[in-house]
Design a protein around this ligand. Structure first.
Ligand code: OXD
Ligand code: MN
Length: 582
């Protein structure tokens, strides 16, 4: 297969003549193609079949041990002007960026097949969707892209019709961390990634296109590309509200998006639309609507069990690619927190020995099509997306942030989102456990200067009067002995109910300097083993902690200099003044 689109053919020819593959395969996205690639990879050892009786169509990939997470320190935004990338990104000029990676691509595909993957981020017939083409020498990337995106012939047809697409050039290279770069060229709508096969670095439709490049496009076109799950909450009366929640990587977006209501809240249903990325547009009626550009999940495996996330636990029992988990003697995948079975081998293929650390890498992943999820919402495929009632920010904080609060208005909500801080997790190479600022959970993903990004967020009240309310949640608050105060998981629905009730003006709230908090008793704790004192602590504001937090945030804003929007500074100062009054 080739293409009628001359610009696409020309680019594919150019990449081929530079990288010199043995042959070129245009991906159709068919199930046969998927199976053939799986067979090829099981034959050459890239994948190992797992126990096919208990895990039909499931395979294990063990990556190079140095290639297990996103590499933020090797990820660059290449804009002509450094200021446009901002202090939140590593920067190189486009000339320097190309000069750095192009030599690494020279001849890199010799002896390999070059795969051309046309893909569509979002439903194939949605006006909000955008397309791209990834060229890669990794069949592992191809099968992951098949599970994660709408890829193949139908996407190519749309690309040929539209004539525009994001160009993503990827090679695993020699996997040497010294020759690993993830470069973005937003003005050219292109990405060049070399030296890594890991999801966020190599599945270019995901973080590189759907967040870094798309966030730039969204800014100039008046929409938002966000690191948010999308879920629907259906009440026992059959009323469904959709919410979009931004939490940093590995902070429970997948678990929340697939939440199973506890027995004590009968009649509630949760529908999953997405677990990682939301594209938000204002429709012709002024309503904010969301689509999930992806069609599969690339989720963190450890901790997934029948109690924490029954839906995920069930869906990964078939048709799943596991990366970097351990195995039982019976060849079933095994991970810490699975609660059943024993590890016999670890994620490096060694006989399991606790001295070597966990059996599954803390950032081991499952890749699975979204349709495998028992709570999958058919509206995930709706061209028009779903209307959003609430935007929810959150992070992993032991102190400071209460269980839930509501922003006063949109402008205050932008401050709430911009000041998100969270403990770092294994999803990225770096200091796990350290608190870092992660505005809107977009620190690793905003493809341009955060100051301009906040200005863009602040412009939304000029576009519509019907914006959703903004909230902040923290499932991770701890007591002085380090015990979690809130049970989390399915019980989080109790908090989401309060959020929906606030959106519908069905419940009051108490005003505090940080925002509106639930009145005592308004979060339903029936049949929950939690004392009134604990609830009070969960919903308390420690003024001293907040003052320090707000001062840190003011210092953080200073890093962005004059570009920080005045309205955001004003919100920060307003909070400082209110806290000072107490
Ligand atoms: C992810 C991440 O993989 O945020 O979704 O790292
Ligand atoms: Mn993510």
């Amino acid at each position: 297969m080739t293409t009628s689109l001359a610009t696409l053919q020309k680019w594919v020819d150019e990449v081929a003549s530079h990288t010199r593959p043995n042959n070129i395969h245009w991906c159709t996205g068919s199930d046969d193609e998927y199976q053939q690639l799986i067979s090829k990879m099981t034959a050459d050892g890239t994948l190992s079949p797992l126990n096919q009786d208990k895990y039909p169509n499931c395979y294990l990939h063990l990556s190079d041990p140095t290639d297990v997470a996103r590499v933020e320190h090797l990820t660059y935004v290449c804009t002509p002007n450094e200021e446009d990338a901002g202090p939140n990104n590593n920067w190189m000029s486009p000339v320097e960026g190309h000069a750095k990676v192009d030599p690494l691509f020279a001849g890199v595909m010799q002896g390999r097949t070059m795969y051309v993957i046309p893909y569509c981020m979002g439903p194939l017939d949605s006006p909000y969707s955008r397309c791209g083409v990834e060229i890669t020498d990794s069949p592992y990337v191809v099968v992951n892209m098949k599970l994660m995106t709408r890829m193949g012939s139908a996407a190519l047809e749309r690309i040929e019709r539209e004539g525009t697409f994001v160009k993503g050039q990827h090679s695993t290279g020699d996997l040497d961390p010294e020759r690993r770069f993830i470069m973005h060229f937003p003005d050219e709508l292109s990405i060049k990634s070399i030296g890594s096969g890991y999801g966020g670095n190599a599945l270019l439709g995901k973080k590189c296109h759907a967040l870094r490049i798309a966030s730039q496009q969204a800014r100039s076109e008046g929409w938002l590309a966000e690191h948010m799950l999308i879920m629907g909450l259906e009440s026992p009366d059959g009323e469904t509200h959709y919410i979009a929640c931004a939490f940093p990587s590995a902070c429970g977006k997948t678990n929340l998006a697939m939440l199973i209501p506890p027995h004590s809240l009968p009649g509630w249903k949760i529908w999953t639309l997405g677990d990682d990325i939301a594209w938000l547009h204002i429709d012709t009626e002024g309503q904010l609507r969301a689509i999930n550009p992806e069609s599969g999940y690339f989720g963190v495996v450890p901790g997934t069990n029948a109690k924490t996330n029954q839906n995920a636990f069930d869906m990964i029992h078939k048709d799943t690619i596991f990366t970097n988990v351990g195995r039982t003697a019976d060849n079933e995948p095994w991970w810490e927190g699975k609660k059943v079975g024993e590890p016999a081998f670890d994620w490096q293929g060694r006989k399991y020995d606790p001295e070597n650390g966990p059996a599954a890498h803390p950032n081991s992943r499952f890749t699975v099509a979204a349709t495998n999820n028992p709570s999958y919402s058919a509206l995930a495929d709706a061209a028009e997306g779903v209307p959003i009632s609430a935007i929810v920010f959150g992070g992993r904080r032991a102190k400071v942030a209460p269980l839930v609060f509501e922003a006063r208005d949109w402008q205050h909500g932008v401050l709430v989102g911009a000041s998100v801080g969270s403990k770092m997790t294994a999803a990225a190479f770096g200091e796990v456990g350290k608190i870092r600022r992660d505005p809107m959970a977009m620190k690793p993903f905003c493809g341009y200067n955060f100051a301009d990004y906040w200005t863009h967020w602040l412009s939304f009240p000029e576009r519509t009067k019907k914006l959703p309310k903004i909230f902040h949640v923290n499932w991770f608050r701890q007591d002085d002995d380090g015990n979690f105060l809130w049970p989390g998981f399915g019980e989080n629905l109790r908090v989401l109910r309060w959020i929906v009730d606030r959106c519908e003006n069905r419940v009051g709230a108490r005003e505090t300097p940080v925002g509106y908090l639930p009145n005592e008793g308004d979060i339903d704790t029936s049949e929950l083993d939690i004392s009134a004192d604990t609830m009070r602590e969960l919903l308390s504001i420690d003024v001293e902690h907040w003052r320090i937090e707000n001062e840190h945030f003011a210092d953080y804003l200073d890093e962005f200099g004059d570009r920080v929007p005045a309205a955001l500074r004003k919100e920060q100062q307003r909070l400082a003044a209110k806290l000072a009054e107490l």
